[in-house]
Design a protein around this ligand. Structure first.
Ligand SMILES: [Zn+2]
Length: 245
């Protein structure tokens, strides 16, 4: 289902605090690097929460998991800087094995209650695969999106959920808006034409992940141009936007 025709019903989105929640270093830069840069340029504090340690993302037999974790955290910090982000936290769950557990949800709730975002950006957990894009969505992405949504609603809202967090001084928080990345479905478009360079710089920071960075960037530019053409902008990113009543 393509719900793009509904996009004009939304009010302008001008968050003061944004929290991106994703499984791996580089996920948020792919799905929302331009949007993050746009929000940051407009004065928002932009935070990234990366759930796994990224320890499986290499085909180099000479690279240990420990070395890779260090490299990928450094790359993600550079990418956050490239979009003008404020900070990034790594939860360090094992890459490729992310499960939707109460421990994971508690860790995400802790971040939400600490940062107090107006907008949370994550991946749509209902996206199992995309026939159009020729991809199966990584199980870590699905787990991350599901745990993030559960944390946003209702767990971060209710002080009796994880009372140990409340006892530690973390007040309940209601996140008004969620943006979900889904390759096939969208109802909200962000014009990122002026922030495409920042998105490209964020992607370039993840040098360990791509043998041919030029090709990756070219494909992403094509995708952003394709998405932009739907709403008359040069480059765009698209999401399912949920304004929580
Ligand atoms: Zn990923």
């Amino acid at each position: 289902m393509d719900t793009s025709l509904n996009s004009k019903e939304f009010t302008a989105l001008t968050p003061k605090i944004v929290l991106g929640i994703a499984a791996h270093p580089d996920d948020l830069d792919f799905i929302a690097g331009g949007t993050m840069a746009k929000f940051a340029a407009a004065g928002a504090q932009v935070y990234y929460l990366i759930l796994t340690d990224g320890s499986k993302g290499t085909s180099d037999p000479n690279l240990s998991s420990e070395e890779l974790v260090t490299i990928r955290q450094k790359e993600q910090r550079s990418a956050v800087a490239a979009v003008g982000g404020a900070d990034v936290e790594f939860l360090g769950y094992p890459d490729g094995m992310l499960e939707i557990t109460m421990d994971l949800k508690r860790d995400i709730v802790k971040a939400i209650r600490t940062v107090k975002p107006d907008v949370v950006i994550t991946m749509d957990p209902s996206m199992l695969y995309s026939a159009a894009a020729g991809t199966i969505n990584h199980p870590d992405h699905r787990a991350a999106g599901q745990a993030a949504l559960d944390a946003v609603f209702p767990l971060a809202r209710d002080h009796l959920s994880f009372p140990e967090l409340f006892a530690a001084g973390l007040q309940p928080h209601i996140t008004p808006t969620v943006l979900l990345a889904n390759f096939d479905d969208r109802n909200f478009f962000m014009d990122i034409s002026e922030h495409m360079d920042a998105k490209m710089a964020a992607l370039a920071a993840h040098a360990s992940q791509f043998d041919d960075m030029d090709l990756v960037q070219e494909r992403l530019k094509q995708m952003a141009a394709f998405t932009g053409a739907k709403t008359g902008s040069q480059y765009a990113e698209s999401f399912i936007r949920i304004d929580i009543n």
